[in-house]
Design a protein around this ligand. Structure first.
Ligand code: ADP
Length: 470
């Protein structure tokens, strides 16, 4: 049995793609193997809505002289997920941060999650042969499984985004009863006199995956390595890129309940009705104009800066722009001001699953000029919904989107690939998009072709099975 451990799982708790993957990958794997997902039962999770009930099982773990209690919850009628409740881990107004920034005890919180995930193996008597851990939040599991619990299980670590590593003050060693002599070493847990959870995961995992082939190469270079490129080069024999898929049942325009009107590639013209309705609801004039959307975290990574630099240029185009996201206050402020200044720019700050799906279905183009992108789900969702992606040439974007003018492309190009994320190349990309939009037939043939591409987990789930069984 595989234990898939993640700090966020859709639809219970989600801040980004990790939650989507933690929902869709175990679901795809469950067709072939026994797999259980473990996640924290944050107090933001609506227990009644999801039918999450107490198992009546609790256990304690004493660390650093303090006894921590954990309660195990299940979902009514579904034994594939285990929810762990502990007040330090779960009683928060956010998963990792609130309006005042990151929680100061994330080191302890995710250390507790790691310990508790391993404790429950014996408590629930699970015949675990593989532990699949995800990002820094669960990376300590690798160290603990190998060195503290001496488990005879294969540990697979997936790096969803190397930019987040869980680097903390070394005092956490004591809080988590971690032995200085054995673990506080430059090749393991230590990182510039602090501790680095992801680094420990890289050292102790038997296999490491990351979410696209290109990103697997990129992270071994100083440019994308975020200070861990040498560590990753040293462990490159364990490292492999396995592309993410999307849950094609959930992200299906033919059945997606969030849409005003469902459609598929044979009824593509209905997509336009979604555009008309959405523009009306948001008070956007000229629904026939090309509609560009941005959906995502408003952070440096997502290329928000080069879009903001081009706000003026965008405002002069005969097109509409909608931004949906939340993140750094400076970006939010500029975008909110842009909405006030320009009729054709509309911004919705916040996380809104329904609106995001409506935007995929209503838009003609998805803007995704990321500085780096481990895999990226948005571009795949956009293609599945018949919206053409405009992307930078990095990570998973590069693996999934070929430029429509690429002459060597074996398959038809899927989108517009920017030369770089400079403001000039973004403007050039927008101009190219407008030209494509004007050629209705060509636009439709690309969009329809994209809608029929296979973005499911099928292939990648097979690769994970091989990794588990190797
Ligand atoms: P990330 O780097 O944030 O994990 P991904 O492209 O891997 O980016 O996944 C992002 C996921 O989160 C997609 O499902 C996307 O639709 C969704 N998403 C991002 N921001 C928002 C938002 N503000 N509202 C709704 N959904 C969002």
């Amino acid at each position: 049995m595989t234990l898939f451990i993640s700090s966020e799982v859709f639809p219970y708790a989600k801040t980004g793609g990790l939650a989507d993957v933690s929902y869709a990958l175990p679901k795809a794997l469950a067709k072939d193997i026994a797999i259980k997902t473990v996640m924290p039962l944050y107090n933001s999770i609506d227990r009644a809505k999801h039918g999450i009930i107490s198992s009546g099982i609790s256990f304690e773990k004493t660390l650093g002289g303090i006894t921590h209690q954990f309660d195990i919850y299940f979902q009514d009628g579904d034994i594939s997920k285990v929810f762990l409740y502990n007040p330090i881990l779960c009683d928060r107004l956010g998963l990792y941060e609130d309006d005042y920034g990151e929680f100061g005890d994330n080191d302890l919180r995710f250390g507790l999650l790691s310990y508790a995930s391993l404790e429950l193996i014996s408590i629930l008597d699970l015949p675990i042969d593989t532990l699949h851990i995800n990002d820094w939040q669960t990376s300590l599991v690798a160290l603990l499984a190998k060195e503290v619990y001496n488990l005879d299980a294969k540990v697979v670590l997936t790096i969803h985004n190397l930019a987040y590593q869980g680097v903390f003050d070394k005092s956490v060693m004591q809080k988590l009863d971690l032995d200085w002599e054995r673990f506080f070493k430059p090749d393991r847990f230590e990182y510039y006199d602090r501790v680095n959870y992801l680094k420990a995961g890289i050292f102790y995992a038997d296999a490491i995956t990351t979410v696209s082939q290109k990103y697997a190469q990129e992270i071994q270079t100083p440019q994308f390595g975020e200070g861990l490129d040498l560590m990753l080069r040293l462990h490159s024999h364990k490292l492999q890129g396995v592309p993410n898929g999307i849950d094609t049942q959930s992200f299906n325009p033919a059945t997606d309940a969030a849409l005003y009107k469902n459609y598929d590639s044979s009824s593509y013209s209905i997509k336009n009705k979604n555009k008309k309705k959405l523009c009306k609801e948001l008070g956007i004039k000229g629904y026939k104009k090309p509609l560009f959307v941005f959906i995502g975290r408003l952070t440096w990574q997502k290329g928000v800066e080069c879009l903001i630099e081009n706000i003026h240029a965008m405002s002069e185009l005969d097109a509409n722009f909608i931004f949906l996201g939340s993140g750094e206050a400076r970006y939010e402020d500029i975008l909110i001001q842009a909405t006030k200044d320009h009729d054709n720019i509309h911004v919705e700050i916040g996380y809104n699953e329904t609106l995001s799906r409506r935007l995929y279905s209503a838009s003609d183009f998805l803007l995704m000029p990321s500085k780096f992108e481990p895999c990226g789900l948005n571009q795949m969702i956009a293609m599945a919904y018949g919206s053409i992606p405009i992307v930078t040439h990095t990570g998973g974007l590069s693996d999934t989107v070929t430029d429509i003018n690429h002459v060597d492309s074996a398959t038809k190009g899927q989108g517009i690939v920017l030369f770089s994320d400079s403001r000039y190349d973004v403007v050039f990309g927008l101009a190219k998009a407008l030209s494509l939009f004007a050629h209705k037939k060509r636009y439709a043939s690309i969009a329809l072709h994209n809608m029929q591409l296979d973005f499911s987990w099928k292939q990648s789930a097979k690769t994970y099975l091989k990794i588990y069984q190797k």
